[in-house]
Write a protein that binds this ligand. Sequence first.
Ligand SMILES: [Mn+2]
Length: 319
Amino acid sequence: MRTIEECLAHAPKRIMLCGHKHPDGDCVGAVMGLYHYLNENSSCTVVPYLETPIESLQFLTEGFPFRSDDGNGEQFDLAIALDASDIERITAGLAAFQQAVEKIVIDHHETNTLFGDRNHVVPDASSTCEVLTALMQEEKIGTDAAAALFTGIVCDSGVFRYDSTTPETLRTAARLIGKGIPFSWIIEHTNVERKYDELKIASAIIHDSVFLPEERFAYAVADLDIQEKYGVFSKDLGNVVTDLNSIADTDAVLFIYWNGERYKGSLRSKSAIDVAAIAASLGGGGHIRAAGFDSDLAPEEIVRAVLEKIRAQREERKA
Ligand SMILES: [Mn+2]
């Protein structure tokens, strides 16, 4: 696929867009970015499906009619799934996606299962928003679309710090900045600012974290007790793993938190360790430098399993 306009080859009248559960900046940015692009440049009815995003991303959805149900009974000529590596990852709009006449998948996850009739997956791209922008005609991108797409790129590239950032990522971001978007506000609001209570619980979790210098590894656990003590729950703990990853002399970090049903593990690495492989071995997935999984194991067992995998990767590298 070379252009978004190719998606419209069968002249759809009703289009639905969807992303994945617990939508991150790239997911919300892609769904809303494509929503604005199609709305402004086609005569189609476009319905974005998204779970309600976290507060720092709500500036992208506020005032726009997105839907969070599964869309059962809704008929669409075309469905486009964005940033979802697997159909199992779709929640909002899932039924509408499955019932659609034509299904297209646009993504950047190497692990994408290619569940569309047409699949456009670029595993080397920093973000789905980068993939999507490349498919758009620059002159047709308005400021609302540009702000959404830029948000996705900065969120998934860690503001251009991850090695998924390429010259093309920066060129794409530059073109979007050229649309006159408040780019420094977007970076600050989505990647720097934190709620006071979130910062307090993060400090407490880091205070009790464990750093193993000889393993170049650190981990922390947020069980239900600490979440209740601070009144901050799993969906607002997303930054803690980034805090852990800022510890010097670590190659990989692990943050384990109770999400109300199970423990979730969130992994980050700076170099040397492929955390996507570790997450996959524990039933999850993600990228080389950022990955996650759900687990029925106790936190100490999760730590043990992850440490074993890290050691194995080091051994393999030496061999
Ligand atoms: Mn993404």
